[in-house]
Design a protein around this ligand. Structure first.
Ligand SMILES: O=P(O)(O)OC[C@H]1O[C@H](OP(=O)(O)OP(=O)(O)O)[C@H](O)[C@@H]1O
Ligand SMILES: O=C(O)c1cc(=O)[nH]c(=O)[nH]1
Length: 193
């Protein structure tokens, strides 16, 4: 268990939100991963790969897991490459700082065709309690691809967790698969629709 106070938790969240607003919101017509069009883009790689915000991402996600009672017996977190990759490693590094170690993994879009031929890279997830994470979700299609690959690899997926949800159907799709959908921040927190 950690001893983060509600004030610390709220402060980390608001610092991360301010950095997302400043660095990651790109306004204008854009085509999304799903092929849909949108009026803005969240380039969260500008957050998860920035030395100021990456540690905040780890803390905010661990606070979220703890709030939902999922941190104590969690083995690993990660998701579909590549947006989820630095989220998984931020969680791993922050977990070591808190003395609640969590491994990371990367789900490849396709299994590697040489070497070990693995789809899920990192310490073996078979029989492990894992959370599938995302930087952002729109339809939830990417994170559900990760969930499917994790289940095929024998992992026990206990939840999906997203740094910033766009409120465009991912929650409903993930919950329809029987998984809790946890969000740290939402585009509504930025006044985006
Ligand atoms: O909920 P969805 O509709 O699946 O959209 C969200 C996905 O889109 C982005 O990744 P992208 O597909 O652009 O690929 P990348 O991570 O390889 O850059 C983002 O990192 C999520 O993975
Ligand atoms: O749906 C997507 O592809 C998407 C939306 C968004 O805001 N940010 C992102 O990285 N991907």
């Amino acid at each position: 268990m950690t001893s983060r106070t509600p004030e610390q938790i709220a402060q980390t969240k608001s610092q991360l939100l301010a950095l997302i607003d400043e660095l990651a919101v790109v306004r204008g017509k854009v085509t999304l991963s799903s092929g849909k069009e949108a009026d803005y883009y969240l380039d969260l790689r500008r957050i998860t790969l920035d030395h100021r915000s990456a540690p905040l991402v780890g803390d905010v996600m661990l606070d979220l897991f703890e709030e939902h009672g999922l941190l104590n017996d969690l083995d690993a977190a990660g998701g579909l490459t590549m947006g989820a990759d630095p989220v998984g490693t931020a969680i791993m590094h922050a977990s070591v700082q808190r003395n609640t170690p969590v491994d990371a993994f990367v789900v490849r879009k396709q299994a590697k065709e040489h070497g070990m031929g693995r789809r899920v890279e990192g310490p073996d997830v078979k029989g492990k309690r894992v959370i599938a994470v995302e930087d952002t979700s729109t339809t939830g299609g990417s994170v559900l691809t990760a969930v499917e690959a994790l289940r095929e690899a024998g992992a026990n997926v206990v939840a999906v967790a997203v740094v910033m949800d766009r409120e465009t159907g991912a929650k409903e799709r993930v919950e329809a698969e029987g998984l809790p959908y946890l969000i740290a921040l939402s585009t509504a927190d930025l006044g985006l629709e």
